[in-house]
Design a protein. Structure first.
Length: 469
């Protein structure tokens, strides 16, 4: 009777009150932690930390990266977000500088030359994060990586070993001691045993949630409920379809897209490289010095990546100026240009730089993006006076639209100057991905299955294919 159920109801009410108190206490703890953020001031100087990446655990072949000197410091200050915004921020600004960075390849016990020939200005990393915001929300964490200048040279054998280290070192299976291996297997068995119970619990919860929709208290209740659910499902699908169309519409800016998705940026990272040059060489047999193959140079590379609260990603890339040259011995310097931007042929001084052997690079192989008064104007320049960017790329990966993610990419290539040389392209392909059909500049011998008939007559029993030879 009701009197017998009273103690049970009182116990249930007490349990619910205790659970509510625990939830309120748990909710107040993050707020208290956010009200008093941990403030840590750093001032660190490290001298010559060296990173070693072996090919595998039993190999002496490895990559050595010497970080030179590392300086790390931060400052913490209060500031207003904008002049019009009243939000007050406690900001932590971290500065990291790497100087005298070098790297080499150790193969067969012999240490190669320094791959990084010049890195004036080093690598500069700036991290900015907000510890406290009044009022909330916190602005995104921003990271800016800047490399003012970079010059590197690479042999084909060094490139092959670098790829092998990246593939084998990170993909090597762990050789665990017996005690650790037993613990690892026990943890795997426990996780596999817990998986079916979790799946069955989820199925029970799903069935319980779906049960009221199929129960009819009066005549037409079930059909009306199912019809409303179907209409709601169609509305969600149409909304998802509209959002997918906006993802692939790059006339819609990133901020507008995030506003439509009710999403916000949590982490933003930018990478900018002022000037970079890579020289490629081919190793020669019998101890001969390496032979130059080509060079690639670019300037003002800019990459930005945004990660959002809902797990989406937006990427932007801009590469305004590129120059690639054929430095094989015997190639005239006036014919060495194979890839460039629109006006590099008119502005680059071919007489002051790359010779056929590639001994000395051009001082300024890529033109400046802002023409000066001494630079003759050209009709190919934009109305603003800036040269067109060679490559722009936009990529969007949105995972918050239904069960299937949406992805879109836009690539724009503007006014490239390209000179095709089959011999140089084959040598370059052999450098990047050596194949079974190439051995240096000459093809490997192979079976052509040709039949030389000779002067004597032959009787054909099938189709006869004639060769010009």
């Amino acid at each position: 009777g009701p009197a017998a159920q009273a103690p049970q109801l009182a116990a249930a009410a007490a349990t619910a009150a205790a659970a509510a108190a625990d939830a309120a206490r748990a909710a107040s703890q993050p707020a208290a932690a956010a009200a008093k953020p941990m403030v840590l001031l750093l001032d660190v100087d490290l001298d010559a930390p060296v990173l070693l990446l072996p090919l595998d655990s039993s190999s002496d072949d490895r990559l050595e990266v010497d970080l030179g000197t590392l300086q790390l410091s931060n400052c913490i200050k209060w500031e207003m977000r904008t002049a019009q915004d009243s939000q007050k921020l406690l900001v932590d600004e971290l500065q990291i500088t790497l100087q005298k960075v070098s790297g080499c390849v150790v193969e067969g016990g012999a240490r190669g030359h320094n791959v990084i020939r010049d890195m004036a200005g080093g690598v500069q990393v700036a991290v900015r994060r907000s510890l406290l915001a009044e009022p909330l929300p916190l602005p995104p964490v921003t990271t800016a990586v800047t490399v003012p200048k970079l010059r590197a040279s690479l042999l084909d054998s060094e490139y092959a070993l670098i790829l092998a280290v990246l593939a084998d070192n990170f993909g090597e299976a762990a050789d665990l001691p017996p005690e650790i291996a037993w613990l690892h297997q026990q943890l795997l068995a426990d996780s596999m045993a817990a998986a079916p119970s979790a799946a069955s619990s989820a199925a029970v919860v799903k069935a319980a949630a779906a049960a009221p929709a199929g129960v009819s208290s009066e005549g037409g209740g079930s059909s009306s409920t199912s019809g409303a659910a179907a209409a709601g499902g169609q509305g969600v699908e149409s909304d998802a379809a509209v959002k997918r169309q906006v993802v692939s519409d790059f006339s819609c800016t990133a901020s507008s897209l995030l506003g439509l998705l009710c999403d916000s940026t949590t982490v933003k990272t930018t990478v900018s490289i002022g000037q970079a040059q890579l020289m490629l060489y081919s190793r020669q047999p019998q101890g001969l010095p390496p032979s130059p193959l080509g060079s690639a140079e670019f300037s003002n590379l800019w990459v930005a990546v945004q990660l959002t609260q809902a797990g989406n990603m937006l990427l932007s890339l801009s590469l305004p100026s590129v120059c690639a040259r054929d430095l094989r011995p015997g190639v005239p310097k006036e014919a060495s240009l194979v890839l460039s931007t629109a006006e590099i042929g008119a502005t680059a001084n071919l007489g002051t730089g790359l010779a056929g052997t590639g001994a000395s690079p051009l001082p300024e192989a890529c033109p400046r993006q802002q023409p000066t008064s001494s630079t003759p104007s050209s009709a190919s320049a934009s109305p603003s006076g800036l040269l067109p960017s060679l490559l722009t790329l936009e990529y969007r990966a949105v995972n918050s639209i239904g069960p299937q993610p949406a992805a879109a990419m836009q690539v724009r290539l503007q006014r490239p100057t390209l000179v095709l040389d089959a011999g140089f392209i084959m040598r370059l392909l052999h450098f990047v991905a050596p194949s079974a059909g190439l051995q240096g500049p000459m093809p490997r011998p192979y079976d052509t299955r040709e039949l030389h008939l000779g002067p004597q007559p032959h009787l054909a029993s099938d189709h006869l294919w004639l060769s010009p030879e």
